[in-house]
Design a protein around this ligand. Structure first.
Ligand code: G16
Length: 538
């Protein structure tokens, strides 16, 4: 076996976004595109004599990419490479594995909730030894290396079968094909009371449907829900990972899984529905009556943390800026610090490492905790099952009594998609100008703009200041809007508009959130009239 040095030339579009490098699959299929990016990573982090774990969400091109990356890892002198069997490893399971075995780096092959397949998206995420996505400085250095790359190293003709557990050596690198489920399940058993959850299901106090949307969580759902809790197989949907996610959009939110929500509502014996995204870090929870807002989910996890032994000492919590301030309200009532960070899970990781927080969450259907340095979909489902097993109330009662106690923060996100990047930038610049002109004036429908400023994050641990993370607009009537560009879109730019309004009037609580927020949404869009031309997604 020979190590080859291959001459290459740089691509100009290898700047990573909110979470790794995410591009159309066809872009990744271009000659040396993947190889260039991986060599830029290896030039930045130098994996000589280091350990690496690799796996992903099972999407199209994963196995091919895995073989290239392992061949390059060997050629770049890695000491040991752990490969998840079949390449199957969820993002949170990768984080837990890295932490448990003190691995230097993790490569996760996933474009998260983005569609898969030749017409879909592909992505690479790099995690470091704390299990979290690498720090922004490393991402920037990788980008710099991509701009000047001239050659990459690769082992010629690696014979690799990842369908069976195995250990072997290639040149100076040990290879271990491991089961990507075992350590994850052990961690969940350490955190949650599996026998109480099993009992809850056995006594038929709670029955649920789970949908893996043909992403990676099916392999974990089978092991935990079916094998540990005896949930019937017919309650578990789309649990076999497929390269194209069976044509489904593996992105759990009320719009994309509308058919699944309808199905659950047609089953009187089913109390709850759960779904996770392709790489297993997002979750969605719903009953016949309510879809749980992620901003409420993290607030409720804090409210009921005392029911989970592992979380009996919550030191602090955090949310991303666009996430509603429901969490702040509960944290304040409990006397617990609440941190507010920019979008991107890496910002929570610093606080988790410094023991400043125990639980964290964000509006994009992600919740997580100290147990990992990634958000965790199956963990969130288990957290809810554990709460329900330990409490005397059902899901709807828990949600309603929380609103009665603290008030409800109505929240919705509007995505304006496929905008030319320069146009998106100019819409946001114009919005800032329009908003400044309207400051302290009524904009529309009795909404007066009381404050308007860019969100800058002051990292209390490192002293770093990260500017321009989005525009914050405050209105009277307890209303807030936050606007920023997405860092994960692969087709043009996406403007995300996050709208929230608080009420402590219980007559309001059962109102549909879109109806409740309608006039506020009109108000904000009146400040950026150009967006009317584009497709909206909620
Ligand atoms: C990633 C990040 C999240 C972020 C999400 C959407 O998640 O880890 O923190 O909320 O992207 O980011 P944006 O609003 O910039 O598109 P995932 O699940 O996509 O890897």
């Amino acid at each position: 076996m020979k190590i080859l040095t291959i001459t290459t030339s740089p691509y100009t579009n290898q700047t990573a976004g909110t979470s790794g490098l995410r591009r159309k699959t066809k872009i990744f299929l271009q000659k040396n595109y993947l190889e260039n990016y991986m060599q830029a990573i290896f030039n930045t982090v130098n994996i000589k004599n280091k350990t690496l774990v690799i796996g992903g969400d099972g999407r199209f091109y994963n196995l091919h990419a895995l073989k290239i990356i392992v061949s390059m890892g060997i050629a770049n002198g890695a000491k040991k490479i752990y490969i998840a069997k079949n390449g199957y490893l969820s993002t949170p399971a990768a984080s837990i594995f890295i932490r448990k075995y003190q691995i230097d780096y993790g490569v996760i092959l996933s474009a998260s909730h983005n569609p898969a397949g030749l017409q879909g998206d592909f992505g690479i995420k790099l995690n470091e030894s704390n299990g979290a996505p690498v720090h922004i400085n490393i991402t920037n250095q990788i980008t710099e290396h991509t701009k000047s790359i001239k050659e990459y190293l690769i082992l010629d003709n690696l014979n690799l079968d990842v369908s069976k557990l195995n250990t072997f050596k290639v040149l100076n690198t040990s290879i271990e094909v491991f089961n990507g489920v075992i350590d994850y399940v052990a961690k969940m058993q350490e955190i949650f009371d599996f026998s109480s959850i099993k009992n809850l299901i056995a006594t038929k106090k709670l029955q649920f449907f789970f949908n893996a949307l043909h992403g990676i969580t099916g392999i974990y759902a089978y092991e935990i829900f079916h094998k540990c809790f005896n949930v019937p197989m017919e309650n578990l949907f789309n649990i076999i990972p497929q390269e194209d996610f069976g044509g489904l959009i593996a992105d759990p939110n009320p719009t994309t899984v509308a058919d699944f929500i309808k199905l659950v509502k047609q089953q009187p014996h089913i109390d709850l529905g759960f779904a996770c995204d392709a790489d297993g870090d997002r979750n969605m929870v719903f009953s016949h009556k309510y879809c749980l807002e992620p901003s409420d989910s993290i607030a409720l996890m804090l409210e009921h943390a005392s029911l989970v032994n592992y979380y009996k000492n919550v030191v602090g919590v955090a949310r991303s800026k666009p996430t509603s301030y429901a969490l702040d309200i509960v944290a304040k009532a409990l006397g617990i610090p609440c941190y507010i960070v920019p979008t991107g899970w890496k910002f929570f990781a610093n606080l988790l490492d410094a023991h400043k927080i125990t639980l964290c969450g964000e509006e994009s259907f992600g919740t997580g905790s100290y147990h990992s340095r990634e958000k965790d979909g199956i963990w969130a489902v288990l957290y809810w099952l554990h709460i329900l097993a330990k409490s005397n109330n059902n899901f709807d009662d828990i949600l309603e009594s929380y609103w009665h106690k603290y008030g409800r923060v109505f929240f919705a996100r509007y995505d304006i998609e496929k905008i030319a990047p320069s146009v998106a930038e100019s819409i946001l610049q114009q919005l800032a100008i329009n908003a400044k002109a309207k400051l302290q004036h009524t904009v529309l429908h009795n909404y007066t703009l009381t404050n308007c400023q860019q969100f800058a994050y002051h990292d209390s641990l490192t002293g770093e200041v990260i500017n321009n993370q989005g525009l914050m607009l405050s209105f009277n009537h307890n209303a807030e809007v936050f606007i920023r560009l997405s860092g994960t879109s692969t087709e043009g730019s996406t403007i995300r508009c996050y709208v929230s309004k608080y009420s402590n009037n219980k007559e309001d609580f059962s109102i549909d959130k879109f109806q409740y927020l309608e006039k506020l949404v009109d108000t904000i869009f009146s400040l950026m009239p150009e967006v009317i031309k584009y497709t909206f997604r909620v």
